[in-house]
Design a protein around this ligand. Sequence first.
Ligand code: GDP
Ligand code: IMO
Ligand code: MG
Length: 433
Amino acid sequence: MSSTAVIGLQWGDEGKGKVIDSLAAEASIVARYAGGNNAGHTVIVGEEKYVLHLIPGGILHEGTINLVGRGVVVSLAALVEEMEGLKDRGVPVEERLRIDSRAHVIFPYHCQLDSMTEVWRGAGRIGTTGRGIGPAYADRVARTGIRIADVLDPDIFRKRLEASLAEKDAILSKVYGAEPEDHGNLFEESRELAERLRPLVVDGGGLLASAYGAGERILLEGAQGTMLDLDAGTFPYVTSSWTGTWGIAGGTGLSPRNLDRAYGVSKAYCTRVGEGPFPTEMEGEEEERLRAQGNEYGATTGRPRRCGWFDAVQARYACRLNGLDGVVLTNLDVLTGFSRLRVANAYRLGEERTLNFPAETGLRADLNPEYVELPGWEEDISDIRNFDDLPPSARDYVAFLEEEMGVPIVQISVGPDRSEIMSGRNGEVRLWS
Ligand code: GDP
Ligand code: IMO
Ligand code: MG
């Protein structure tokens, strides 16, 4: 019996897709538990590049079931489009994909509300992906949301959709002053999409419980990152779901007592897309250089990612909250050529020094990270597969991060391909229990 979770430790885009793909080779089920098509998880296999948005990262593996868990918000149109894209590339998607009937649906009016609320926020905008994520989760909490199970029942769906459209039209026109949206054939189109998905719709919690009971391996796929978590993150500049290990049971239906292992994924530096506090953000040429070396552009929206130094205050906070067995450090290769590397190990808040990530970072202009400087390295490290073969300053950098986080770095990734990875300084660790 075993389950293993892979969680983003920063502001998303840590390289979870790559780590999940490699672990999925040994998993019976890979389950996503949060977010929606705001996620973009890149998997590179040789010359082939796949960017997965809603479909879990085990889809490229024969014999692996991929579950879109009940905590995921699902645009039916986006899901079917993603399935078609994979099918066109020869992936037998239907064999491998399942969708929880309790998952809530994102409709076009959620996307419209997403962009309208962003306009309304003005300078305080979050910089959302515009995929309707926040409004769909808001409907879930407000109990006006519509689940896949509801769309599959025409009578229930008609009633719930009519009620929802009446409410949304009133909000859009009376609150936001928007033109009433023409909903076209939303009922028929959604019904058609849902009927196509029907054979794949399951009780996800039941599926996971039987697999766990039968001793199969379950991989729990995080989306976004700990700092984008609704409660743990840099509120309000966050997404609208629980992205950390605490979201897994709620978002899949697997009992929290069946969560065995959890690994965090962190870049060897930081990035963030969208607005919000980013204590170690770089500026000017340094940032441009890192962005170019790391090709730091969003996998979902193509926006340039903001780049910054590794933030040990933030990393310690994320490790503690998630309760991790280890960290996979990615993109170490990207730091090649920087003569000195900076790591924030404390924050100054006015006169005060703190080692903890404060709740009000978004509001405090007097927050300044305290940096430690470490020497960089010049060598290309992307072909290295043994920790001991890394340049001494790269080894020292990894050891420093590990000590700061207080969690072992079990793997180090030095390139986007599946093969570009090595064990940490303590040698090989099996990530499954
Ligand atoms: P995710 O959302 O956490 O799955 O990450 P993304 O796919 O959005 O972004 C990670 C990017 O980094 C992708 O373009 C990956 O192909 C790439 N990547 C992953 N690991 C490494 C690595 O070790 N080195 C380099 N240079 N790129 C990596
Ligand atoms: P993956 O899974 C990076 C960010 C958005 C925005 C904020 C809220 O690929 O790591 P939303 O559309 O969710 O309401 O936007 O969250 N964001 C991500 N940033 N990676 C992601 O996913 C993200 N998902 C959401 O840019 O700042
Ligand atoms: Mg991503």
